[in-house]
Write a protein that binds this ligand. Structure first.
Ligand SMILES: [Zn+2]
Length: 278
């Protein structure tokens, strides 16, 4: 298991995994501080599609890309739709969606690349970011797993793309299930709980029934999907941060009634040679 730690660079606090970086993948999950956005977006809003001023978002994105040691022309974004489509990203897609949401990869919630110095980017306020890294084949992936993406098994879709495209083996892959809404806060209605239980019949304990209501442990659901796929348990890291409990650090769609900004999840292969297809 890897350790997630806070780092402070250029005035920005972000979560990262130092031992992934040593093995060739830099991970960043931004907090909400030290950006240019105002009001409900206060202040490091990274998303162009939530009504914030584009010039503030671009300023914020440039700051975040500095943490990766790269500029916006290396960033690749998708128009997240809570689906389970996963795209393979090569250098021809560099810069897509970095300055204009319209230009981001359409109807896509997962990105996979073997090209060094391309920064895969997805945006969050409670949904779960899932980072994947194969240090053997040098392949990185990122997927947006909210309730629909989790039900659609987007992590499995991404792992399958990694296997088909680059021959990645489950035994080699590292998984980081990042900050997102926790089972402490993720209340759902009984009809969704029934759907979850029928989708994951062997995992009754991912649904927690209390007097106050029913909650769903999304991160644990995703962790079990990874284990069932064959990822060794000790290669899976689960963030201890609940975005809804910690609006002093993070944006939370639930806690802030939908009127808020987005954090960025970023991953890039660093210090590796251009991948050669097997
Ligand atoms: Zn919570």
């Amino acid at each position: 298991m890897s350790q997630e730690i806070w780092q402070l660079q250029n005035n920005i606090n972000y979560l990262t995994l130092p031992d992934w970086e040593k093995r060739g993948a830099k991970v960043v999950f931004t907090s909400r501080h030290a950006g240019a956005s105002e009001g409900i977006y206060n202040s490091l809003n990274m998303a162009l599609h939530v009504g914030d001023k584009p010039e503030a978002v671009l300023k914020n994105r440039k700051q975040a890309m500095k943490l990766m040691g790269l500029d916006l022309s290396h960033m690749v974004c998708c128009q997240q739709v809570h689906g389970n489509q996963v795209a393979v990203v090569d250098s021809s897609l560099a810069g897509r969606g970095s300055r204009d949401h319209e230009d981001a990869l359409p109807a896509t919630d997962g990105l996979v690349t073997a090209v060094p110095d391309l920064v895969l980017a997805t945006f969050y306020a409670d949904c779960i970011p899932v980072f994947l890294f194969d240090p053997v084949r040098k392949v990185a992936a990122l997927c947006h797993s909210g309730w629909k993406g989790t039900m659609g098994l987007i992590i499995i879709q991404a792992l399958e793309v990694m296997r088909r495209q680059y021959n990645c083996q489950p035994a080699d892959i590292l998984v980081y299930i990042g900050p997102g809404i926790g089972s402490c806060c993720y209340e759902i209605q009984a009809d969704l709980a029934d759907k979850v239980l029928s989708a994951f019949p062997d995992d009754n304990d991912i649904i927690i029934v209390k007097q106050q209501g029913i909650t769903w442990d999304l991160k644990e659901t995703i962790r079990r999907c990874a284990i069932n796929y064959g990822i060794p348990k000790n290669q899976i890291t689960v963030s201890s941060w609940c975005t809804s409990c910690s609006t002093d650090y993070f944006y939370s769609y639930r806690k802030e009634q939908g009127k808020t900004g987005r954090m960025a999840a970023l991953i890039a292969l660093v210090g590796v040679k251009e991948h050669e297809k097997p």
